[in-house]
Design a protein around this ligand. Structure first.
Ligand SMILES: Nc1ncnc2c1ncn2[C@@H]1O[C@H](COP(=O)(O)OP(=O)(O)OP(=O)(O)O)[C@@H](O)[C@H]1O
Length: 243
């Protein structure tokens, strides 16, 4: 059984502005599924709709139950956690306080256990746990944002462009940590990205988005060959695709 099934999902901003048009995809337990597309393709809108942060039409089924109309905090309680793009850490709180915020629905014991797990996973932020979040580099803030998501004890992490605005070396470090999370937990992930090379390192399958629609789909194994990768880029992403 799929952990997440998205069917016929559309998002409108106002009567005429349709950001997402009838997209459909499944995420199996422990799978990493990527939504890849250029700016404005509808990636973030899709994620926010699944997280219950913006209205949508269509259906989202999680763990066998329809989520229609369920508020975002109830979806978090069930295990769907959204890590927004742009990191969005609270700069004047400490790293530890930011993490505590992520676990606000957890018991004290769960919070302690998850805090230890997150600090173990991200030594870069553990060293500075009692310092203010604004002092962290972009990559460290991204790790903190992911760590804060993990504090909620997700079964499905919705990761919105973790590479955004980061230098290539930091992108690699963030993705290494995400691969470790993948290995060490039973999390499923929906990853939004523009960067094909990094996406391939983490994902099992990729849906290509353009103009609010899914225009193509590939298992990552089908893209190992350079010619096949180029063909997908030409067909679905265009010259802007970062390799
Ligand atoms: N709050 C909003 N109000 C009106 N239109 C919006 C709003 N948010 C997004 N849009 C529009 O919806 C479309 C999809 O935007 P969305 O942010 O989902 O794309 P994206 O693929 O995540 O882009 P990016 O990679 O730049 O974040 C765009 O045309 C965008 O201008």
């Amino acid at each position: 059984m799929s952990l997440l099934t998205v069917s016929d999902l559309s998002v409108f901003y106002g009567a005429k502005a349709q950001a997402v048009e009838r997209i459909e995809f499944d995420v199996a337990e422990r799978a990493v599924v990527a939504l890849l597309g250029a700016n404005g393709a509808g990636k973030s809108s899709s994620m926010k709709a699944i997280a219950g942060l913006i209205p949508c039409t269509g259906s989202v089924v999680f763990d066998g139950e329809k989520l229609d109309g369920l508020p975002a905090r109830e979806r978090v309680r069930r295990g769907i956690v959204y890590v927004p793009e742009g990191r969005a850490v609270v700069g004047n709180l400490t790293v530890r306080e930011n993490l505590v915020l992520g676990g606000y629905q957890a018991s004290a014991a769960e919070r302690r256990e998850r805090m230890a797990m997150v600090l173990d996973l991200f030594p870069e932020i553990a060293d500075r746990a009692d310092g203010p979040a604004w002092r962290m580099s972009g990559g460290e803030q991204q790790m903190l944002a992911i760590g804060r998501g993990l504090m909620a004890g997700p079964r499905l992490l919705l990761l919105d462009e973790p590479s955004l605005g980061l230098a290539p070396l930091l992108v690699r470090r963030v993705f290494e940590r995400l691969s470790a999370i993948r290995r060490e937990s039973n999390l499923a992930i929906v990853l939004v990205e523009q960067n094909l090379a990094m996406t391939m390192r983490l994902s099992d399958e990729i849906h290509f988005l353009r103009g609010g629609r899914i225009v193509g789909h590939r298992a990552v194994g089908e893209l190992r060959d350079k010619a096949a990768r180029q063909e997908a880029i030409d067909a679905y992403l265009g010259a802007a695709a970062a390799e």
